[in-house]
Design a protein around this ligand. Structure first.
Ligand code: SAH
Length: 326
């Protein structure tokens, strides 16, 4: 299965009789290309203030029910320092599109965190190429920005105030600037088709993404999609498995959304192609306020994660966890 046509991908996504074989195949590709080590990324959700109006997202600008917060520069750096002391080798800085964090401010934060022994990933949405260049020069290693869906019509419906072409521009700039670039999609958005999910997978392959995050859509009560159905865990798992089979050596997280909507979802994902976990290290109740969807799952301590991984024959990686080439 070196390559798959769109038609073949659609057939696989539609046929639930082959799920077991598909997930086992993804697990064996994961083992061959990335090994049994699981990379832990310390996630710091440093601001839930956001200018965007993504229809599905609980921290969208128009939700006035969410308690907004913003960590100070020092709090962000201290949280990172603490995570590195615990053994984390990657810090992920994630936030809403909060323009209080100017490029200069973010660069100072990145530079301070880079004095610790860690890789830095940013997940802060759309910025200009110049800003992405500044972050890179300040030491940022990786960037996550999901395309969310490659179906342009659906993209417009979900993000009326945004431009699909600008999202593509961001991904192109990030790749060109030398970031390890991550993207991904939501599975189960209203009106999303299996055909468009096949396009999403082929898109990941086409741009040669270094990381892919895939999660089921989970309706949030304070958004326009509050009455929509939840995404299907198994379908999200299959999209993830196909992505592993086609892109082979990339990094794929067992996403928090998978764990949130399905019992034991994280372990199942780790045995169906995933090789990364992103534990939340945001302090206090800030992480509860970063409520992009309800009842967000929290992974627990590194010790607890290590114990759980042992049961499925996996260990915590001690390296930075860049994309590995055989
Ligand atoms: N502002 C940043 C980070 C967004 S939060 C950015 O634009 O990249 C990270 C991801 O959470 C989003 O990319 C989206 O795919 C996911 N997400 C948001 N709302 C969700 C929901 N209701 N259900 C599942 N995932 C959601």
């Amino acid at each position: 299965m070196e390559t798959l046509s769109k038609k073949e991908i659609i057939e696989i996504l539609k046929d639930d009789s082959i799920n077991e074989a598909l997930l086992a195949k993804a697990d064996s590709v994961r083992k061959k290309y990335t090994g049994d080590e699981v990379h832990l990324r310390a996630l710091i959700e440093f601001s839930n203030i956001c200018r965007c109006k993504c229809k599905y997202c609980g921290i969208r600008a128009e939700n006035n029910k969410v308690a907004r917060y913003r960590l100070s520069d020092l709090e962000i750096v201290k949280t990172a320092e603490n995570a590195v002391a615990q053994g984390y080798k990657t810090i992920v800085l994630q936030s809403g599109e909060d323009m209080y964090f100017t490029a200069d401010r973010l660069c100072e934060i990145i530079k301070k965190i880079k004095t610790y022994d860690t890789a830095v990933t940013l997940s802060i949405g759309e910025r200009s190429r110049d800003e992405y260049k500044m972050f890179k020069d300040a030491g940022a290693d990786r960037y996550l920005i999901r395309i969310e869906t490659t179906d342009r019509n659906l993209y417009k419906k979900m993000h009326p105030d945004m431009s699909f072409d600008n999202r593509l521009r961001c991904l192109k700039d990030l790749k060109e600037l030398g970031y390890e670039t991550g993207t991904g999609c939501l599975v189960g958005l209203p009106e999303q088709t299996v055909e468009s999910l096949a396009d999403d997978i082929l898109f990941f392959k086409e741009i040669n993404a270094d990381m892919i995050g895939i999660g089921p859509f989970i309706p949030h009560p304070d958004t326009p999609l509050k009455n929509a159905d939840s995404g299907n865990f198994i379908l999200a798992l299959k999209v993830m498995a196909l992505t592993r089979i086609l892109l082979k050596n990339i990094n794929i997280p067992a996403t928090t959304a998978m764990e949130t909507i399905y019992e034991n979802g994280r372990n199942i994902a780790l045995q169906s192609g995933a090789n990364v976990i992103m534990p939340n290290v945001t302090l206090g109740d800030y992480c509860k306020k970063y409520e992009i969807y309800p009842d967000k799952h929290f992974s627990g301590s590194r010790k607890k994660i290590a114990e759980e991984l042992k049961l499925i024959g996996r260990t915590i990686s001690k390296d930075y966890g860049f994309r590995k080439y055989l």
